[in-house]
Design a binder for this molecule. Structure first.
Ligand code: G1P
Length: 288
């Protein structure tokens, strides 16, 4: 069984839920306090033991690339001013991990975005992290939880969470095999954004996956599904006819950064958990 060493982060979407901000700045650059959302996602991958990362962008989103590169002019400036803390803040991540980029110029759907990673993946199983879903894992990072389940099963794993029935049509929804119970369950099927009355459960895919490379065989021939897009979930369903696929319920707190509520919640919670800002945030909240 090959180990999970690589991760893919799709970041080429328009981010229409966050207009007008996303007209000029990618939603992945939305800051949670002082750090872009996508940096938290990259750090989660890194802390989960991932060695190589590919971010899928488009040519309007070059600033994501800039964020993960060395900025020698800024580094020299900070050095000359003896701003060692700030210098370490911007130097540390590019030193720890090399991030690669691929381009998806047409927004044909998540399945199409993942297909753009095929030549980077080179036949290995890999982790997929969606940038809208930010996790604070309980004890261990969300992606590491999935990797541990993969090490146990050798199969593709979908990270899940339970959502209220009225929200099922916003997610990919899983149907576990009969009699499967607990945090890790084998799946019988998945369906992308079902109508409430057609949803097989409330077990939603929460933006974290481990996928075997066989997924690419199905993505290549995937026709359009929900919303007229090439859906990853539809290829996962087809992969299920060939390989077992499991759902793991992720232990931890999830923030849906693509929604304004999730973004605001993350801003408050991340401030409260920081030594330098918790008192300030408490003071602000008490004033309201
Ligand atoms: C995507 C996936 C969906 C998943 C969701 C999680 O949908 O297609 O299966 O449940 O992410 O955030 P999107 O939110 O991009 O429409």
């Amino acid at each position: 069984m090959k180990p999970i060493r690589k991760a893919v982060i799709p970041a080429a979407g328009f981010g229409t839920r966050f207009l007008p901000f996303t007209k000029a700045v990618p939603k992945e650059m939305l800051p949670i306090v002082d750090t872009p959302t996508i940096e938290y996602i990259v750090r989660e991958a890194l802390e989960s033991g991932i060695e190589e990362i590919l971010i899928i962008i488009n040519s309007e989103k070059e600033c994501i690339k800039t964020h993960f590169s060395h900025n020698l002019i800024l580094e020299k400036f900070l050095e000359s001013k003896n701003k060692t803390l700030e210098l370490e803040t911007i130097r540390e991540l590019p030193k720890k991990i090399h991030v690669e980029f691929a381009y998806q110029e047409e927004q044909l759907g998540l399945g199409h975005a993942v297909l753009c990673a095929e030549s980077f993946i080179k036949g290995e199983p890999f982790a997929l992290l969606l940038g809208d879903d930010l996790y604070v894992g309980k004890d261990i990072p969300a992606t590491q939880q999935l990797i541990e389940a993969y090490n146990e099963t050798g199969a593709s794993i979908l990270g899940t969470l339970e959502v209220p029935r009225e929200d099922v049509s916003k997610y990919g929804i899983c149907k576990p095999c009969t009699n499967e119970m607990g945090t890790l369950v084998r799946l019988e099927s998945v369906v992308e954004k079902p109508k409430i009355e057609e949803a097989p459960s409330r077990l939603a895919i929460g933006g974290r996956y481990i996928l075997t490379p066989a997924i690419f065989d199905f993505l290549k021939t995937q026709t359009k599904g929900a919303g007229g897009e090439i859906q990853l979930t539809d290829s996962i369903l087809r992969l299920m006819s060939k390989e077992s696929i499991y759902a793991l319920s992720i232990q931890g707190r999830r923030y849906d950064i693509g929604s304004k509520k999730g973004f605001l919640e993350a801003t408050i919670d991340f401030s409260l958990s920081r030594k330098d800002l918790s008192e300030v945030m408490k003071e602000i909240l008490n004033q309201h």
